[in-house]
Design a binder for this molecule. Structure first.
Ligand code: SD4
Length: 342
């Protein structure tokens, strides 16, 4: 018969063995992951967001806290692209989408949320305080207020106001051409501000010093969208997916085409089959290109992924996508490869 002490020793040993097998699965060099946190996020706003995430990761904090803190930074920056100062829908209202996911498949999401400064934190409350995954519209707002989030006045940033006024001149409704580096930009396309392309989403995935993964995604969605339109960003499996045993992925670009292929989940499943993060992202971009045919020229989509060894990579339909990286030894922007090098 196994006594209590022996049982505790045996279970401690098997827990250690499980932990070891988790980090050692793959190619043997994976033990290095533990204790080496890393965070990556979409577009150049990711640099500031990563810094905020690093305040948590650098002190040995949890990836979940880091990805919330990280993108809250972008939501606070009142740019034209994420958060309350972002591009409005075609009726002039800013409506926000966000989601968050941790290492245990816990996830929370809000969509079509108005007048709340930090949708990502509301998404986390949905995850932690309700039996649900997703709340939308006035219900999401009501929940946010009940949780103590103040109802803010909508105040467009100067860029967003200018872009909206430009758009109103023609009020032409067609899909956004997001951050295609060269060529004709659609009416929803982010404009160049200070010589830099804008974007309208931040997606972030991080690994903490325990080797655990989490992700977050927050956006105002496509600028000048139809009222009520929701893209991929708040949809678990589309704009974000995390499976701690495999890796995590987030998406940016034309949300409708990310949803169609369950984009982030599909990328994670390909990593499960052994593909590198970049190769997995590329496969799903190729799938989208095949589905869209000639129309693939008119849209931008990009995926950004990390695996459970801390390797990361991205792939986009068109040139122009880049992501920000921060680790204990490295901090920089990385240009993504793309299918069309137009
Ligand atoms: C959406 N995927 O709402 C978002 C937009 C985006 O860079 O990512 N823009 O479809």
């Amino acid at each position: 018969m196994i006594n209590r002490r022996k049982f505790i020793e045996t279970s401690a040993l098997s827990t250690a063995a499980i932990a070891l097998s988790k980090v050692a699965s793959g190619n043997g060099s994976t033990m290095a992951v533990k204790g080496k946190p890393i965070v990556i996020s979409t577009w150049n706003v990711g640099l500031n967001a990563n810094k905020a995430a690093w305040d948590v990761l650098g002190k040995g904090g949890k990836a979940l806290d880091a990805v919330e803190k990280g993108v809250m930074q972008t939501e606070s920056e009142q740019s034209c692209c994420v958060g309350l100062g972002a591009s409005p829908d075609r009726d002039g209202y800013v409506t926000l989408d966000a989601c968050i996911m941790d290492e245990n498949f816990n996830c929370g999401s809000v969509a079509f949320l108005e007048r709340i400064k930090h949708p990502i934190s509301v998404a986390r409350r949905v995850m932690e305080k309700t039996p649900h995954v997703m709340l939308v519209g006035s219900g999401a707002q009501q929940f946010a207020v009940s949780e103590g989030f103040p109802l803010e006045e909508q105040k467009l940033s100067t860029d967003a106001q200018k872009n909206y006024e430009n758009w109103l001149r023609k009020s032409e409704y067609k899909p956004p051409a997001i951050n295609v580096e060269k060529g004709e930009h659609g009416p929803f396309a982010p404009s160049k501000v200070n010589g830099e392309w804008n974007h309208d989403t931040i997606g972030m995935v991080a690994m903490d010093s325990n080797g655990n993964l989490s992700g977050s995604c927050t956006t105002s969605g496509a600028g000048f969208k139809m009222r009520g339109r929701v893209g991929d960003s708040p949809i678990i499996g589309a704009g974000l997916f995390v499976d701690n045993e495999v890796g995590a992925c987030t998406a940016t670009g034309q949300g409708e085409d990310v949803i169609r292929v369950a984009g982030s989940h599909s990328v994670v499943e390909l990593m499960r089959q052994g593909l590198s993060p970049e190769a997995a992202c590329k496969k799903i971009i190729q799938r989208i290109a095949k589905i869209k045919g000639a129309k693939a020229k008119e849209i931008q989509v990009a995926f950004l992924a990390i695996n459970n060894k801390g390797q990361h990579g991205a792939f986009a339909l068109h040139r122009g996508f880049e992501y920000a990286l921060k680790s204990g030894t490295d901090e920089r922007m990385i240009k993504s490869k793309s299918l069309f090098n137009d």
